[in-house]
Design a protein around this ligand. Structure first.
Ligand code: ATP
Ligand code: MG
Length: 406
């Protein structure tokens, strides 16, 4: 049965639609609402397969309600119903995340086939998606897995992954492992100045049976007691690492470590998807250029369609500077996501640390940026109070706004 909610401010329209749909054996109108706000509430409560949404309604209109539903309940697709000529509405409706658009007056057949199409597409999507735990599933056993991802290359993923892993070592007595899953051009080894002969390729050679002693031998020793699984030495080895290898490597590392931080490549490889699927936190690294903002939005949309729950996602904007034309409210509006961390642009400090291969947290543990990483590390502790605002403790440089919000 396709469960439908009808949102329209005119009672007779609601009744007509209900009556029309009652002739269909596979469609059931499970609820109705008289304005956008009520529509969102009813959808939240009844979780229908399809929402039929009028545009012009008092209070919250259909566009605003669709926008909210697209973010909050993406599994409940919206079909917008609007009168002809509302061209601007059509554009806004599509931008707001509506799946289909019906122009009034429409026939019963048009209505029914639109509902069925949207329902079938959603069902198909569910069948293809990797299995991601629903949010009420208990935390996965073992250490916490943090995936560092970004849509755009060069936003600072590796810089963030390396320094976050070191900050976790500094702020806790936890055992931390950093994994370089940029399987073609991984930079973790050079950023940490590691001279080590073994990489992840050693772990994919055998019959798939991994034991901890073997993995332990492959891990490199980084600064501050950090253990590191390096990426392949050469890009052609990247393809040898399959999703099932990543799964068993991550499983074994989570058994041995309190935190496993994974740096990834910018494209969503099967290896990255495997980690995203299993991660407790997905740190999406963005930057303040138009392409980077667009790619961050795309990444967030992709995570949404992979059914990754919002509370597993942390957005970090890297390379913010005092002259940036964007502020965090405008980015948040664009991304429809809170920006939890802003790392300022510090070419001298960051560039210097990468050039000397001495990570920031080791060379400048008290710098403002280092403090942000420590704050970020603390916010990942299971005991962290999500309501506490974490900021740089020292005085920030004038013009910079450093903040870490939950
Ligand atoms: N906050 C910052 N301030 C100044 N420079 C930065 C900052 N963050 C990163 N950079 C610079 O950006 C460059 C790219 O960073 P990094 O290699 O971490 O990005 P990436 O996202 O891992 O790239 P790739 O997609 O190639 O893996 C670094 O060489 C570093 O010098
Ligand atoms: Mg990188």
């Amino acid at each position: 049965m396709i469960r439908v909610v009808v949102v329209d401010d005119i009672p007779s329209t609601r009744e007509n639609l209900k009556k029309l749909l009652s002739f269909e054996d596979d469609i059931d109108v499970v609820g109705t609402a008289g304005d956008g706000r009520e529509g969102v509430e009813v959808t939240r409560r009844l979780q229908p397969h399809v929402v039929l949404m009028d545009v012009n309604m008092p209070g919250m209109d259909g566009i605003a309600a669709t926008e909210q539903l697209a973010v909050e309940l993406p599994q409940c697709p919206v079909v917008i119903m609007s009168v002809q000529g509302e061209r601007d509405y059509l554009r806004r409706a599509m931008q707001s995340g509506a799946r289909e658009f019906l122009i009034k007056p429409f026939t019963g057949d048009e209505l029914v086939s639109s509902i069925r199409r949207v329902y079938e597409l959603e069902a198909k999507k569910g069948a293809y998606l990797p299995k991601v735990a629903p949010s009420d599933e208990p935390e996965r056993p073992g250490g916490r897995l943090v995936a560092v991802v970004s849509g755009k290359g060069g936003c600072g993923k590796s810089f963030v992954a390396v320094n976050l892993a070191l900050a976790l070592r500094m702020e806790t007595s936890a055992k931390v492992c950093l994994v370089d899953l940029d399987l073609q051009f991984g930079d973790v080894g050079v950023m940490l100045n590691l001279d080590h002969a073994k990489t992840i390729t050693e772990l994919v050679d055998g019959d798939g049976q991994l034991d901890w002693e073997f993995v332990d031998d492959v891990l490199a020793d980084g600064p501050l007691g950090l253990r590191v699984l390096l990426g392949p030495f050469s890009p052609e080895y990247g393809d040898l690492v399959k999703a099932e290898h990543v799964r068993s490597i991550v499983d074994i590392l989570r058994r041995e470590f309190d935190y496993v931080v994974v740096d990834t490549a910018s494209q969503l490889s099967e290896a990255a998807l495997e980690v995203i699927d299993a991660a407790d936190r997905i740190l999406v690294v963005g930057a303040l250029t138009i392409p980077a903002i667009k790619d961050t939005r795309l990444m967030l949309k992709t995570l949404e369609s992979l059914r990754v729950e919002r509370d597993r996602i942390v957005v970090l904007v890297n390379g913010h500077d005092a002259h940036a034309v964007y502020d965090s409210p405008s980015i948040e509006r664009n991304l429809k996501f809170p920006v939890r961390v802003q790392i300022p642009s510090e070419p001298r400090l960051v560039g210097g640390s990468i050039h000397r291969a001495v990570p920031l947290l080791v060379g400048n543990p008290d710098a403002d940026i280092s403090q942000l990483f420590k704050g970020l590390a603390r916010s990942l502790l299971p005991s962290a109070d999500p309501a506490v605002e974490i900021k740089v403790e020292s005085k920030p440089t004038p013009g910079h706004r450093f903040s870490l919000r939950r």
